[in-house]
Structure formats: structure tokens, C-alpha cells
Design a protein around this ligand. Structure first.
Ligand SMILES: Nc1ncnc2c1ncn2[C@@H]1O[C@H](COP(=O)(O)OP(=O)(O)OP(=O)(O)O)[C@@H](O)[C@H]1O
Ligand SMILES: [Mg+2]
Length: 590
């Protein structure tokens, strides 16, 4: 038998250091006995450059071999011992540990998030009450890192009994269970801000609220009992208050106040831009008041509440809805609890599912619910109505940009409504170009969701993804691959929806649902095309000007030369220059 030769490399010679390492790595029992009296030759050899210090020390010592310690016996849990540790987790305890999920991951952001939650609530409350919002926002600096923040609105106020739960219990609110466009949606914002204040300063959240000029004002001091996620009332009394109606929320917290991008000042400036119907009086810690007067006395159009669209729900939710419905039978439940299900559509669904319309909805078994779910998917149903979303509008967006940036060109575009997972949404985009905007930097991207500026997590947001994937070069702008365009440009994108799909509870970035990404890109392209047309036109005009200036600059000299060569009189020279200018003007235009 012929052995096949394998070309195996000879093992590389090991350095002494490596040998020593190998010894260290080998199991203790396999070590050769160490002679104690005479140190080995190896031990006195000087270390080569490559050997590590650690290795040399070990080699040089001729200490007696250590008796290997037996590894500590590992504690093993049993199912029973684990069971003793298993218990409920309160939602407040969860968010105390995971406060970064709520936007409280650093002191500067904590201050911003606290104000943002209170301002969002104040604007929501005013609009729901049909009141033009007037907000007073104050930040007092108590020490280097401690602040007292207060936000007061002129909204409808809060019923006394509800105050403790709203501010002292996480996941409690009026917006979560409905499908209607609003800034808040989760029922966690303001109580989380209060909880952060409590965690960092030990102080509760102070509230004064009044529901009308004839009702008394109530003052509360509330904390969150994080173990039980229940409010702890520290103060509850009637007080004199100089406001006729509204709510004031005051929170003390550890934070950092700074200026610039993503600061409280920046957030309020952008809020004023997207909410021109609101007046905002702002006192920063420096005391230098800033006033944002309302630009319009018209409230945004009222956004209607809608029922879930049948094509947007999952099987589990369908079962839930059937269980909880107030309708007497299945047919009535389909018509009453879903958007766009007419009696005819309900009959079609029931016929496809082979289920009786008279069946009791709560008695529908899971296999029947599955049949119903499949039938719903197979039936054609109109898209949800779109009067439930209220975009800002092209005119207001343009005005907003004009009020903030001195530019040469402004454009805005509001897309027709679209749907993701059964939820209607509208995308709007606007651009400002040129003027005082810095020319050699990346474009500035401003993101808004239901009129709220989004300041953090830009990279994770569907708006950024769409802006990066838009081909800005088509509109004569410079753009590196995978980057925003370079130039004196501000890009603004707004999503208005009955349910904004945020990537986390801190509501900072929008999840990239394909329908949303596509709509944003289309809106940006619409604006981009108009910007491109403007830039091309501007370039053409500039070229013309340049050519005309050449004629004005050089022809008189030619006239003088001709006068000298041909001995023309002044009148002849003048005529010649005029003729030349006319001929050149005509040929340039043609
Ligand atoms: N200033 C206010 N005026 C009137 N009602 C308010 C005010 N602030 C809060 N509320 C009520 O308290 C509820 C809870 O507010 P919270 O900010 O915790 O949640 P949310 O606004 O519903 O949702 P999100 O967590 O997304 O902010 C609101 O749903 C609203 O009904
Ligand atoms: Mg809120």
C-alpha cells in the first residue's frame, strides 16, 4: 500500500515563554515534579522580547508547586428553590430598572423628556377641549444638577379623583384604548417623569388642576409606590389659584440643562414650528424669557376616533374583541366594532366563514375565530376613513420653516392618506434651501410625529432611513452614498397617524414599516423634484447673467479698437457698439 504523502509543516519552534504557558495551561496533575533545590536552567534565561512579563515571573520562580485548589462547588438551583424566587414584577419596578426605555438615560435627556411629556399632555388636553393652548414652561435651577420644572396649561383640567392615578401609576391614561391621533398614546409619559424625579430627588410630583372657573382648584403631591404601581398621596387640598382652568405639573429632578441641538430650547422651538396655534411662554434656568406667540387662531382640524380596521388586526386581538364586545350577536359585533364593515360586508364575511350571524360573540370558540379571521382577510374591505388623521398642511409647514430659517426656496408636500397594519397615516415633507443656511454641511433633518419633534435615535428612525435612501443627486444636490445630501438644506418630515409605531416607549424613532418608508420617500421625492427644478432654473438664469455681463464688459472695448483701426467717428463707434450688442443678444437667445 502506498502511503499518500501529506505536506505537513514542521511544528514551529516554540519560544520558552510559550513552553511555560503550555505548562500553565496543562492540567495540574500532568505537571512534572519540580525540583526544589536547584533552579532549572530555564528559569534563569533572560526573557526574549516577545515573552510577556507575566510568563517570565512564573518561569523564574522555583517555588514549590501549588496544590491545586478544588473549584468551589457550584450552587445548583432546584425547581423548588427557583419557585421561591419567582414573583410578579410591577410595571413601575420594571421601568425603574429600564428607565432608558422611557428616555431617562442621561441627565440632559431626562430634563428634556420630563418637559416633553408634560408639554405633549398639555397640548393634547387643550386640543381635546377645543381650547387654543397657552402654555407656561419654567425651569428653575436649584443646584448644579437639580432642577424644578413646571408646565402649566389652560386646558380642561383633570377631575380630582383621577389626579393620583394619572400621575402616580404607570400605564394609566385615556389615549391607549382608542384609535385617534394624539401626541400621547401609551399612558405612561407623565407618571414616568414623576417617577424619575422621585427616584433622583425623593420628591413627589406636584399638581394643581381646576376644571372650570366655578370649580375649586385642587393641589396634590403624589408619588408612585413602585412595588405595587399605585399612587401614594402625600398632599390633597383645595387651594386658591389665579388660573380659571387648566393644569399645572411640577417635578423636581436631577438633570443637566444645556443649549444647542436636542436641548429643551431646541425642542420648544420645533414644537412652536409644528404647532403654530399654540402660545408658549418659556423661562429657562438663565431667566431670559422666550415667547412663542401663536401664528394662527385656528385649531388643527379635529381628528376623529376610528374603530380598528379588520385587515389590521391579528387573530388574538380579534378573539379579545369578540370576548369584550357589547354587541349581542356576531354580525352586530362585526358592524359595530370594526371600521368599514357595512351590513353587506359583515354578511359576506360570515358566509365565507360559514358562521351564523346570530351566534353569541363571547361564545365563539378559537377554531371558529380562526375561520372568521381567515374570512376577513379574504373579503375586500374599503381602506379606513382618513378623517381620523389631521396633517399639519403644506401652507402651515412652509410658514413654519419660513419663521425659523432664512432661506431662498421653501416647498412642502402632504401625501394622500395611506395605511400600515390597518392604521391610517399621512406623511408630509418640507424643504428649505439656500439663503442663510450653511452651504458645506450635511442637510439638517427635522422629524415630527403627531406634531411632536423627535430629537433622539435619529439613526433608528424610518424617516432617516427614507431620507438616506432618497436619490438627492437627481435634484442636483451632492450626496455621498448612504448619507444625507450636502448643501444649504433643511429637511422636515412629519407623520400623522392614529397610532404612531414608535420603536420604544420613549417615542423617539418610528419603526420602518415598508408602507411608511415608501410614503416618506415619495413625499421627499415630490419636494426634491420641485427643488431640483428651482435649482436648474436658477443655474440657467445665472448663466444668462454671466453671458450678458460678458457682452456689457467686452463690446465697448471692441468698439474702441474698431474706432482706432477704422478711424470711426464717435457717432459711428456708438452705432457699431449698439449693432454688435443687438446681434450678440439675439444669437445668445436663439
Ligand atoms: N395636562 C393635562 N390635562 C388634562 N389631562 C391630562 C393632562 N396630563 C395628563 N392628562 C391625562 O392623563 C393621562 C395620562 O397621561 P400620560 O402622559 O401618562 O399618558 P398619555 O399621554 O395617555 O400617553 P403617553 O404615555 O404616550 O404620554 C392622559 O391620557 C390624559 O387623559
Ligand atoms: Mg402623555
Amino acid at each position: 500500500m502506498v502511503m499518500k504523502k501529506t505536506s505537513r509543516k514542521a511544528p514551529a519552534r516554540r519560544t520558552q515563554g510559550q513552553m511555560a504557558l503550555q505548562l500553565e495551561d496543562a492540567p495540574a496533575l500532568a505537571r512534572p515534579p519540580v525540583r526544589q533545590k536547584k533552579p532549572s536552567k530555564v528559569a534563569v534565561v533572560k526573557p526574549t522580547k516577545k515573552t510577556t512579563r507575566k510568563t517570565v515571573v512564573r518561569k523564574a520562580s522555583a517555588a514549590p508547586a501549588r496544590v491545586p485548589r478544588r473549584p468551589k462547588e457550584r450552587k445548583r438551583e432546584t425547581a423548588t428553590s427557583l419557585a421561591a424566587q419567582q414573583r410578579d414584577i410591577s410595571v413601575s419596578e420594571f421601568f425603574t430598572k429600564n428607565r432608558h426605555l422611557l428616555g431617562f438615560d442621561n441627565p440632559a435627556k431626562a430634563l428634556l423628556t420630563t418637559i416633553k411629556e408634560a408639554v405633549d399632555n398639555a397640548l393634547d388636553a387643550c386640543e381635546e377641549g377645543g381650547i387654543l393652548p397657552e402654555l407656561h414652561i419654567k425651569i428653575q435651577q436649584l443646584s448644579e444638577t437639580r432642577f424644578r420644572v413646571s408646565v402649566q396649561d389652560n386646558g380642561p383640567g383633570i377631575v380630582r379623583q383621577q389626579i393620583p392615578k394619572i400621575f402616580g401609576k404607570l400605564l394609566y391614561g385615556s389615549k391607549f384604548h382608542r384609535l385617534r391621533q394624539s401626541r400621547g398614546q401609551q399612558g405612561i409619559g407623565i407618571s414616568a417623569a414623576g417617577m424619575y424625579g422621585q427616584l433622583t430627588t425623593g420628591k413627589g410630583i406636584r399638581i394643581i388642576s381646576r376644571t372650570g372657573p366655578r370649580s375649586p382648584a385642587h393641589e396634590f403631591l403624589v408619588q408612585v409606590d413602585t412595588r405595587r404601581n399605585e399612587p401614594k398621596i402625600l398632599r390633597d387640598k383645595e387651594v386658591e389659584w389665579d388660573s380659571k382652568q387648566g393644569t399645572m405639573v411640577e417635578i423636581e429632578l436631577e438633570g443637566t440643562y444645556r443649549k444647542g441641538r436636542r436641548s429643551v430650547d431646541d425642542y420648544l422651538q420645533q414644537t412652536a414650528m409644528a404647532n403654530p396655534h399654540a402660545t408658549i411662554h418659556y423661562t429657562p434656568p438663565t431667566g431670559a424669557k422666550e415667547e412663542y406667540e401663536r401664528q394662527t387662531t385656528e385649531l388643527p382640524p379635529e381628528a376623529m376616533e376610528i374603530q380598528p380596521h379588520p385587515h389590521g388586526i391579528e387573530l388574538g386581538m380579534l378573539m379579545h374583541m369578540l370576548h369584550d364586545t357589547r354587541a349581542r350577536n356576531l354580525r352586530a359585533a362585526l358592524i359595530a366594532d370594526f371600521s368599514r364593515v357595512s351590513p353587506k360586508v359583515a354578511d359576506e364575511i360570515l358566509a365565507k366563514a360559514r358562521l351564523p350571524g346570530k351566534a353569541r360573540p363571547s361564545r365563539i370558540a378559537s377554531n371558529e375565530a380562526e375561520k372568521l379571521y381567515k374570512a376577513i382577510q379574504a373579503v375586500r374591505i374599503l381602506n379606513p376613513p382618513t378623517n381620523c388623521v389631521a396633517p399639519i398642511g403644506e401652507e402651515t409647514l412652509t410658514k413654519g420653516l419660513e419663521s425659523q430659517f432664512v432661506a431662498e426656496f421653501y416647498v412642502a408636500s402632504t401625501r394622500p392618506p395611506s395605511v400600515y397594519r390597518g392604521n391610517p397615516f399621512v406623511i408630509e415633507a418640507a424643504l428649505a434651501y439656500g439663503g442663510d443656511l450653511p452651504g458645506d454641511e450635511l442637510a439638517d433633518l427635522y422629524r415630527f410625529a403627531n406634531r411632536v419633534p423627535l430629537l433622539y435615535q435619529q439613526g433608528a428612525c424610518a424617516i432617516t432611513k427614507s431620507a438616506l435612501s432618497t436619490g438627492w443627486r437627481n435634484y442636483t444636490l451632492q450626496q455621498a452614498r448612504g448619507a444625507l445630501p450636502v448643501g444649504p438644506l433643511v429637511i422636515l418630515v412629519h407623520i400623522a397617524s392614529v397610532w404612531v409605531p414608535f420603536t420604544s416607549e420613549s417615542k423617539e424613532a418610528i419603526a420602518p414599516y415598508p408602507e411608511i418608508v415608501k410614503e416618506i420617500r415619495l413625499a421627499l421625492q415630490e419636494c426634491g423634484r420641485k427643488l431640483g427644478a428651482f435649482l436648474r432654473r436658477r443655474r440657467r438664469v445665472a448663466d444668462e447673467e454671466k453671458k450678458r455681463s460678458y457682452i456689457d464688459q467686452f463690446i465697448p472695448h471692441i468698439g474702441e479698437s474698431l474706432q482706432a483701426i477704422l478711424a470711426l467717428s464717435d457717432a459711428q463707434k456708438k452705432r457699431t457698439v449698439k449693432n454688435l450688442q443687438e446681434v450678440l443678444e439675439k444669437s445668445r437667445k436663439s
